[in-house]
Design a binder for this molecule. Structure first.
Ligand SMILES: [Fe+2]
Length: 244
């Protein structure tokens, strides 16, 4: 399905080719993630089965029922990247943005902008996790509160990028796991994190993250490892206290 825009998911518009692409992407990622994704992400994926499964593109109305029942979230269909202020406002209202188009078979490994596989398979499962969902909402609320403060908005975008988008987690036993949507939805990025010897994984440090620039089109070479999602709450507590 090509990237045309409507503000709802026209489920009947998905063609057999879309079902095939979705199945291939989801099966490949489910296999790749089983050993390397955070236990929380995997648990949420399991909880969403069969609403979210390789068998068919996800139906947003079904996902919304599950999200609403868990922690009051829902999906907002958007055409692509949103202005940051709108994005944070939606997050603050427990709404996560998703596109509805799906890449074609010749784009399995590279996309210039996020499609439904990234937005849904990568992002949505963790909104069933209370600590993660609260963190995202509170991050959005800070974005709304400081919408006119360019520097703070940039810092919040970095915080978002190095947690929700490309976050990793170091378990108590020292093992590295991934939870960021940019990793969990990408076969290449999943391999990259674990197999590229030049990748750096450092413990999450708020000041370092707030100062860390990123380039949206470049593969990550540095990742910040939290210990658990409760740590993210402390990050928001700290920011709220600092900026009050
Ligand atoms: Fe994303």
């Amino acid at each position: 399905m090509t990237a045309t825009f409507s503000n709802y998911q026209d489920y009947d518009a998905y063609a057999p080719a879309d079902y095939a692409v979705w199945k291939q992407l989801a099966e490949r990622q489910l296999t790749a993630l089983r050993a390397v994704a955070s236990a929380d992400y995997l648990q949420c994926l399991d909880e969403l089965h069969p609403v979210l499964s390789p068998n068919h593109p996800p139906r947003f109305t079904d996902l919304n029922e599950r999200l609403a029942a868990a922690h009051g979230w829902s999906i907002k269909v958007v055409p692509g990247f949103l202005p940051v202020n709108e994005f944070f406002e939606l997050l603050s209202n427990r709404r996560f943005c998703s596109s509805t188009w799906l890449r074609s078979e010749d784009q399995m490994d590279y996309l210039e902008e996020p499609d439904m596989f990234h937005d849904i398979f990568g992002h949505i499962p963790l909104y069933l996790n209370k600590d993660y969902a609260e963190f995202a909402q509170r991050l959005g609320a800070l974005g709304v509160k400081y919408a006119d403060d360019e520097e703070r908005v940039t810092q919040l975008q970095r915080l978002y990028w190095f947690t929700i988008e490309f976050g990793v987690l170091r378990q108590e036993d020292g093992e590295l796991k991934v939870y960021g949507a940019g990793i969990c939805s990408s076969y290449g990025e999943t391999k990259h994190v674990f197999q590229n010897p030049e990748v750096q994984v450092v413990p999450f440090d708020l000041d370092t993250v707030l100062a860390q620039d990123f380039v949206i089109t470049e593969v990550q070479m540095k990742y910040f490892a939290i210990r658990d999602f409760a740590e993210l709450w402390k990050v928001v507590d700290e920011l709220e206290a600092r900026w009050a």
